[in-house]
Design a protein around this ligand. Structure first.
Ligand code: C2E
Ligand code: MG
Ligand code: MG
Ligand code: MG
Length: 285
């Protein structure tokens, strides 16, 4: 939409679309200040062992507590941060917060077994040359062992990735950091390609889990998930499923051999103390 030269007026053809544009523009320009003022916060969603229901760790999910618009979900602002490059300092902030939180959990209940922390990486961060050194520094500062960190990268970010792009992920994997392929099944990647990637976890996209909610479940859907799980296991990858909303889905996915689950059936994303409580109850009871 053309902004009139020199002025501040907008030509409004489609008022709704324009409101969206202005909001996008407004949010984009507000991002740097928001980061400086730490208007972001992180919610943690448990990752649960499907076999026994125990809490294994959590995924860190960032939110923006916007002074005018209230709490904004990452889908509203991560793409904007990605577009402007602000995702690099924002991603570093998330990683730092999440890793320190994980270390705190570890210290608060050492007897409950290690809690792992999953942090999302955007494609832009993969191209940022300081990714490995930042991660090493953040881990060292916190005292968290690399084996307790899992970085989630979407399948689409790695499609057609050349060796230069994979190198930093390989270095992190060699240090013991787990790499998960997020939203798997949405990116049309070549399955044979999986062998090339330094990943140890496959996160099956929510769309597969949704298929498990229909009754009766389409047998073809079942065979597809069964096939993916079989392939993943044969490549020594563990399988996490996202978006588990019912007990029936959990049962089905357990039967299909999935290892870890995440979803509203277990818990919605919440504050760090919530996760601590869930993990503790779990360890005691
Ligand atoms: P994701 O990594 O695939 O995260 C899972 C999303 O599914 C989260 O949405 C979570 O709240 C939602 N979810 C979990 N369980 C259920 C369920 O049972 N049913 C339904 N319907 N949804 C469920 P959220 O928090 O809105 O995050 C959306 C996306 O934003 C994430 O998708 C991730 O790609 C991105 N994101 C979040 N935090 C960060 C971050 O710190 N950095 C980057 N680069 N991306 C992030
Ligand atoms: Mg994720
Ligand atoms: Mg995901
Ligand atoms: Mg997803």
């Amino acid at each position: 939409r053309a902004k009139s030269a020199g002025g501040n007026r907008y030509e409004i053809a489609d008022p709704e679309a324009d409101a969206r544009t202005i909001t996008r523009y407004g949010l984009t320009t507000a991002l740097p200040t928001a980061l400086a003022r730490e208007e972001f916060f992180i919610e943690y969603q448990p990752l649960v062992n499907l076999a026994d229901g125990s809490v294994r760790g959590a995924e860190a999910l960032v939110r923006w507590s916007h002074p005018q618009h209230g709490t904004l979900s990452p889908d509203r602002f991560i793409p904007l941060a990605e577009h402007t490059g602000l995702i690099v300092p924002l991603g570093r902030w998330v990683l730092d917060q999440a890793v320190r939180q994980a270390r705190e959990w570890e210290e608060r209940h050492a007897d409950a077994g290690p809690l792992r922390i999953n942090v999302n990486l955007s494609p832009h961060q993969l191209h940022y040359p300081g990714l490995v050194s930042d991660t090493v520094e953040i881990l060292q500062r916190s005292g968290l062992s690399p084996g307790s960190l899992c970085l989630e990268v979407t399948e689409s970010a790695l499609i057609g990735a050349d060796d230069d792009l994979l190198k930093p992920l390989r270095r992190l994997a060699e240090m013991g950091v787990d790499i998960a392929l997020d939203d798997f099944g949405t990116g049309y990647s070549n399955l044979a390609n999986l062998r090339r990637l330094p990943v140890s976890v496959l996160k099956l996209d929510r769309s597969f889990t949704q298929g498990m909610q229909r009754f009766p479940v389409d047998p073809v859907d079942l065979r597809i998930v069964e096939g993916i799980v079989g392939l993943a296991h044969s490549l020594d990858l563990s399988v996490t499923v996202e978006g588990v909303e019912t007990g029936a889905q959990a049962d089905q996915l357990r039967e299909l051999g999935c290892d870890t689950a995440q979803g509203w059936y277990y818990a919605r994303p919440g504050p760090p103390d919530r996760l601590h409580e869930l993990a503790l109850v779990d360890a005691v009871g």
